[in-house]
Ligand binder design. Structure first.
Ligand code: DGT
Ligand code: CA
Ligand code: CA
Ligand code: ZN
Length: 575
């Protein structure tokens, strides 16, 4: 029974955090973090009982022989001996302290050693009692910032990013599908609606024998605690803290239950009202006229009973989808298969893990006909950004590479940093020579909204700029994005023919669904890019497409559904 790669990554990261608090060798800490990143990006779960697994893990970039052994240990046993040893010296809760913005290993150590703080609750109490400000590593300003961060943190408590939840959920579904008599099993809830983060997993199973399915869940090795359990339902908490709610229903109710537990709650309420207007009762068991069930086996039946076509799951937020369905104007949403190229990625020339050639070949494998290589510019020092000379050299290498690539073209690009005053971190000549220019903000997130707007608009007005990448710069659960006048920025983008990106990195998904929809309604063209920093990341496209679907995007709204020729016509080079 494999374990989710996300679970392996979680334990490796926890070990890295504890090592770091203990002031361990930074290389050792980095080795754990790199291994965590590599393992969570694997396409398939690590198979614990295969004789070749160790060698295969060792061969993965970012994973050495030592960490390969540790990964296998977690895959086999669900736990990591070193981590348990570490936890004897540093309480595991201390690792959580480093999730708070402003707290790194040095400050976590100070909290631990001098105030004996080992949990977020204790940290909050100490901050409220003004005990942090007297520590030399802290001070009054940081104490205030920490309190604010903790308040924000609470709102997003324990929400998991969708791709992480997917790894846990898919293994769990496989586990439950093995019960004899199970005909269908799905994850419903916010997960099915493709929300960027998930509070808990709602699993729905059709089976005549509810007890067998409930027992199977309760005995799942990754279950830490059983919260409730009956003959057709159960709630458990996994070791990662993720809660799973299970309901087992009869086959003839599966569609109604799937609709109900997919939600959203607001969508359900609106649907129920529509039913009432027709004298129907809609609930998780079916659609009823009086005592008689008139629908419920499939979701299509449920929608049909109130005169509607099937509404795509991503739209079910009560944001106008029911009206649109009634008036036969539901959008035909963009699909992963519509995507013909990727418009943001990084190589070893800046902060990527794989080379230009490796990235290009991987993109060709995915069936793309173009890939824009968009390494960073010099001001992003940690990313080893390229300067003018660096880009000129890379452009020559791209020319050579393109000669040999069949049916795929690498576009010469850059992700150009927008400086604090709105000017660009690359000279005009180089910008002109590139095929496609992305601009993005990576610092000065705290400018006033007026200054931020002015800064961004100035950048978008530069005649060489094609795409505004990850526009707000948010990191889900970690950093709120820059604040600016969204309408004005979208207006500037459409005026100057600049496209707006949906960055598919699970932590970014930026633009988010609501802003992306607003941008599209205002006439903006969007791009969906992976911002890949490795070959594995090129598969992130799926998450961006889902976010765009939640924004009601059709293929026509998305620039990289176009052929290379059509796409090039959108670029400023052709003018
Ligand atoms: P989450 O877990 O916070 O990411 O969000 P959801 O949407 O998965 O919410 P959850 O897990 O509380 O409930 C799953 C679904 O069950 C929800 O999307 C709609 C349905 N549901 C839950 N509570 C109610 C309710 O009081 N009324 C109605 N009509 N539906 C409900
Ligand atoms: Ca849920
Ligand atoms: Ca739930
Ligand atoms: Zn960036």
């Amino acid at each position: 029974m494999p374990i989710a790669n996300a679970e392996i990554a979680r334990l490796l990261r926890e070990a890295a955090d504890l090592l770091e608090i203990q002031n361990a060798n930074p290389f050792r800490v980095r080795a754990y973090r790199n291994a965590a990143r590599s393992v969570e990006d694997l396409a398939r779960p690590v198979i614990p009982d295969d004789a070749n697994t160790l060698a295969q893990l060792d061969a993965i970039p970012g994973i050495g022989p030592d960490l390969a052994g540790k990964i296998l240990e977690i895959a086999r046993t669900g736990s990591l001996h070193v981590l348990e040893e570490l936890a004897k010296e540093v309480p595991r809760g201390a690792a959580m302290l480093m999730d708070v913005p402003g707290i790194g290993p040095r400050r976590a150590r100070a909290l631990l050693e001098r105030l004996h703080i080992t949990s977020l609750a204790e940290l909050e109490r100490a901050a409220k009692e003004r005990r942090l400000r007297d520590l030399p590593e802290f001070g009054e300003r940081l104490e205030k910032k920490i309190l604010e961060a903790l308040a924000e943190h609470r709102d997003e408590e324990h929400r998991l990013l969708r791709p992480v939840a997917a790894q846990y959920g898919e293994l769990l579904l496989d586990h439950l599908r093995a019960v004899p008599g199970v005909t269908q099993a799905e994850i419903a809830g916010s997960f099915r609606r493709c929300r960027e983060s998930i509070g808990d997993l709602d699993i729905l199973v059709a089976c005549g024998d509810g007890v067998a399915v409930v027992d199977r869940l309760v005995s799942y090795p990754d279950v830490e605690e059983v919260l409730a359990h009956g003959s057709t339902r159960a709630s458990v908490r996994l070791r990662s803290g993720l809660q799973v709610d299970l309901r087992v229903v009869a086959e003839e109710s599966f569609g109604a239950a799937l609709h109900y537990f997919t939600g959203s709650k607001a969508h359900n309420i609106a649907m129920r009202k529509m039913g009432q207007a027709r004298g129907l009762k809609i609930n998780e068991y079916g659609v009823f006229r009086g005592q008689r069930r008139i629908a419920g086996r499939t979701e299509e039946e449920v929608f049909k009973s109130v005169g509607l076509p099937l509404i795509p799951v991503e739209l079910r937020e009560d944001r106008g989808e029911i009206e649109a369905a009634r008036e036969h104007r539901l959008p035909v949403l963009v699909e992963l298969d519509d995507i013909r190229g990727d418009l943001q990625c990084h190589t070893t020339d800046s902060d990527g893990r794989d080379s230009l050639r490796e990235m290009a070949e991987a993109a060709r494998e995915l069936g793309y006909s173009y890939l824009a290589v968009t390494d960073h510019t010099p001001s992003i020092r940690v990313a080893g950004g390229l300067d003018r000379k660096g880009f000129l050299r890379q452009m020559k290498r791209i020319d050579t590479l393109n000669v040999g690539l069949k049916k795929m073209q690498v576009l010469k690009g850059a992700e150009v940093d927008i400086l604090a005053d709105g000017t660009l971190d690359l000279d005009d000549g180089t910008l002109q020579a590139l095929d496609v220019v992305l601009v993005a903000i990576h610092s000065h997130f705290d400018l006033s909204p007026r200054e931020q707007t002015r800064r961004i608009v100035r950048a978008l007005r530069h005649p060489s700029v094609d795409i505004f990448a990850h526009p707000t710069g948010r990191l889900i659960g970690r950093r709120r994005g820059a604040e600016f006048d969204f309408d004005e920025v979208v207006g500037a983008a459409t005026d100057h023919g600049v496209m707006l990106e949906v960055d598919s990195q699970p932590e970014r998904l930026d633009l988010d669904d609501v802003s992306c929809r607003a941008a599209i309604e205002r006439g903006a063209t969007i791009t969906i890019s992976t911002d890949a920093h490795s070959i594995a990341n090129l598969r992130y496209m799926r998450w961006g497409v889902e976010q765009a679907r939640r924004a009601w995007a059709t293929a026509a709204n998305v620039a990289n559904t176009r052929t290379l020729r059509q796409f090039q016509r959108l670029l400023h080079r052709e003018r």
